[in-house]
Design a protein around this ligand. Structure first.
Ligand SMILES: Nc1ncnc2c1ncn2[C@@H]1O[C@H](COP(=O)(O)OP(=O)(O)OP(=O)(O)O)[C@@H](O)[C@H]1O
Ligand SMILES: [Mg+2]
Length: 335
């Protein structure tokens, strides 16, 4: 029998880990800094992310996932080795079972890359299974997907937005749209550089976003520190919500259009039930102020939100790992 079961959501921005019996045990930034050709990790998570854009050339800082796929497998495996040691302490993490959440709308080869993070690592797993994220999301949201004829989930993450329709225990359609909160951060960073000749890091841009991003212009402002390019000195800059809104609004409209077009192509017996249940938002970017009302107006369907939006996938994969018989319906075991 496997020693322990872990459920993992390798998000672009945040890795979330569930351990059976213990619940969610880890939420950590998906970043790793390594040295040398053998990629020896020196820091992971928030500490590694702090080094991003600042580290000397001898330290390689990597954000190993992009747009929902594993773009740097070796770095990702190095990160997991480090994380595995953090989780298991002195005990070796061998003979464990892993459920990994993967986007539904990526190729089989891209899905297998997620299982390789574990199989290529020092974890020596007994079993690795992949579960589509929309299924995990639905269980994490506490939805009865076996009985319901129509559920629409929009998971707005850091690098992706996954729009999925589920019915009677299966995925009818799922689309991975390549936009997320990271695009807002990059847009804000570029804007501050162009408009103010001011350099801010991505972490600072993210803080500005969290304070100011909204689906409408507001009177909010925020002050951050950075480096004045012309003077070459550190300084402060104040940005307003009115400046941020034009940078991000097209993404909101684009996602609303994708939801509408998916609904238009859905058979009426499913779309009627979706209208009745309302749309479910998940993912950290769903915390954007006014987003629920914006989608409700654009798509003309009620919208449900949750305060645990960043954890729904890992909570769902955790639920399934606690219910192996149910998990067996959805889990694709690695041969
Ligand atoms: N209050 C907030 N307002 C707006 N955005 C937020 C807020 N809190 C977190 N975010 C954003 O949510 C994103 C992280 O969400 P989440 O953990 O769901 O992404 P992920 O799972 O790592 O990414 P992906 O699913 O795209 O791989 C980040 O871009 C973060 O800046
Ligand atoms: Mg995610």
């Amino acid at each position: 029998m496997a020693k322990k079961t872990f459920g993992i959501d390798f998000g672009t921005s945040t890795i979330k880990v569930y351990k059976t019996g213990d619940g969610i045990i880890l939420l950590e930034k998906n970043a790793v800094s390594t040295v040398g050709k053998e990629k020896k990790p020196v820091a992971i998570g928030e500490k590694a992310y702090e080094m991003y854009e600042k580290a000397p050339p001898s330290i390689h800082v990597c954000l190993p996932l992009s747009r929902g796929v594993v773009s740097h497998l070796e770095d990702m495996t190095a990160l997991w080795n480090f994380m595995g040691k953090m989780i298991s302490g002195k005990k070796k993490m061998s003979r464990c079972q892993f459920y990994i959440a993967v986007p539904a709308d990526i190729t089989e080869v891209e899905k297998q890359a997620y299982s390789k993070i574990i199989t290529m690592s020092e974890s020596k797993p007994q079993k690795v299974c992949l579960i589509d994220k929309p299924i995990a999301d639905a269980y994490g949201l506490g939805l009865d997907i076996e009985k319901s004829r129509g559920i629409l989930i929009v998971n707005l993450g850091a690098d992706t937005t996954e729009i999925s329709i589920l019915s009677l225990g299966g995925i009818v359609v799922s689309k991975l749209v390549p936009y997320g909160g990271n695009d807002f951060d990059r847009a804000i960073q570029n804007y501050v550089r162009k408009e103010y000749n001011f350099v801010i890091g991505l972490k600072t841009a993210e803080q500005l976003k969290i304070k100011l991003v909204s689906t409408m212009e507001t009177d909010q402002t925020a002050t951050v520190v950075g480096r004045d390019v012309l003077k070459g000195l550190p300084g402060k800059v104040t940005i307003s919500s009115k400046e941020i809104y034009p940078l991000v609004k097209d993404i909101f409209y684009s996602i609303a259009t994708q939801i509408k077009s998916m609904l238009e192509r859905t058979p009426p017996e499913i779309s009627t039930e979706i209208t009745h249940n309302g749309i479910f938002l998940a993912g950290g970017t769903s915390f954007t102020s006014g987003l629920d009302q914006f989608f409700a107006n654009e798509v003309n369907v009620r919208v449900n939100t949750t305060t645990s939006a960043q954890k729904t996938v890992v909570a769902g994969i955790g639920y399934l790992s606690e219910h192996p018989k149910l998990a067996a319906k959805y889990a694709v075991p690695l041969e």
